[in-house]
Design a protein around this ligand. Sequence first.
Ligand code: CTP
Ligand code: CA
Length: 224
Amino acid sequence: ENDIIKGMPLFNKKVLITAGPTYEAIDPVRFIGNHSSGKMGFEMAKVAANLGAKVYLITGPSNQTISNSLIERIDVVSAEEMYNEVHKVYSSTDIAVLSAAVADYKPKNVADKKIKKSSDSMSIELVKTHDILASLGSIKEQQFLVGFALETNNELENAKKKCKSKNLDLIVLNSLNDKGAGFKKPTNKVTIIDKSENISEFGLKSKAAVAEDIFNVILNKMYA
Ligand code: CTP
Ligand code: CA
């Protein structure tokens, strides 16, 4: 490390970031997933590295690429794998930002052979996955813990509830009501709420700029 890195605000800090969707297997060729691209999490990882942090980027299946000597990319597929990898690094982390779109449910049983079509309808029994973010909140020590919330109604109230119930320091609310924001889009519009329920609203901007806004708020809360 050179002197430039040493002067950076997150020098010697460890940042854990989750990104992307998770895929929950139904059989060897099928899964339940979602449209998350991983872009927001990858932008968060870049900003953290540019601030001098060592970054653990734990990502579900994503086409995003990243190359930065401060970023260690850990690829996972399912919510359970993500949970396991997150818990391997959490205890030594200073900041954890969970931006992954984790599946809430997974198939109760995974067929070991491709399921054949038969009757006119079929159903798959689902069971809940671990809530990774809530699990980190419940064992939180020195970590500054940040979650995201995706809401379509009662946005602020639901986001505040999530912040409290998961023991977060900050929650980033994605405004889906804006046409330029969300999954597969290059831009995002967020509202950031802290644990004392202070609210900051931001305009529609690139996900890279949103990531910078989020880290500005994190640094202000941690060191102000
Ligand atoms: N999250 C997680 N593990 C899960 C589900 C969610 O870590 N199994 C995290 C997400 O990464 C996000 C936050 O929890 O940071 C909120 O996710 P969201 O889907 O908005 O909320 P949920 O708590 O899953 O509740 P619901 O989907 O019912 O609104
Ligand atoms: Ca969810």
